[in-house]
Design a binder for this molecule. Sequence first.
Ligand SMILES: O=C(O)CCC(=O)c1ccccc1C(=O)O
Length: 247
Amino acid sequence: MGQASCGAPCGAPCGAGVSPAPEKDADFPSKIPNLNSKIAYSGLLPAGEAALQQWEILWNQGYRTFKWKIGVSPIQEELKIFHQLVGALPKSAKLRLDANGGLNWQQANAWLQECDRIPQIEFLEQPLPDNQVSDMLDLSTRYCCAIALDESVATIDQMQACYRLGWRGIFVIKPAIAGSPSRLRQFCQKYNIDAVYSSVFETAIGRQAALQLAALLSHPHRAIGFGVNHFFAEDEATWIWQLWNNS
Ligand SMILES: O=C(O)CCC(=O)c1ccccc1C(=O)O
């Protein structure tokens, strides 16, 4: 769990412990049985300038947390779009930045400096390549902005290794690739992991299984990363639900 203040030198309120505002479940009522819970979804934005148009469409569908990919174009270009995006987003919105391990040390520091000035930023995800966990631990002590690990914690063994190394920040968990659901449940519950459950664009069946785990184990104040259906030409969840209810 995040704490109220991180002790970083900026003195600003720390994002790590701040609960995102309660959100409307974007897929509510769910087309999948037994998933009509109050879990909020994070809407995935396209990389680059396209995000400037897309966020509002998702906002109007009920999304209040968004994820934007960074580390794709030159940093100065991305920072410019980032400031436009943050300026356009309502103050109550939350924005997650996902670098997919695409930044170097200097760029990660530059992004975190920017993030520390912007309260809407919920976290920066996987700033450095997956094998640079010690450097990400180091980064997490330098800034208020929370950091999430994703590629570094792809499997349960990796989650355990990072926990042993001292990682107490956010774990982005992809149930479809993590491994045994019962081991995953044990790990999350035993160590009270600050978990963000997230999609890997799985099939409708994989999505249903992942959402069930997410409903059980997700940090209650964090949106889950399953707001991805707009990236598919067809809504598989609808398709499979119709298949099962064709009587
Ligand atoms: O996590 C989310 O919010 C959306 C899902 C997402 O970003 C994603 C989807 C498929 C494969 C990799 C990733 C990723 O987190 O990098």
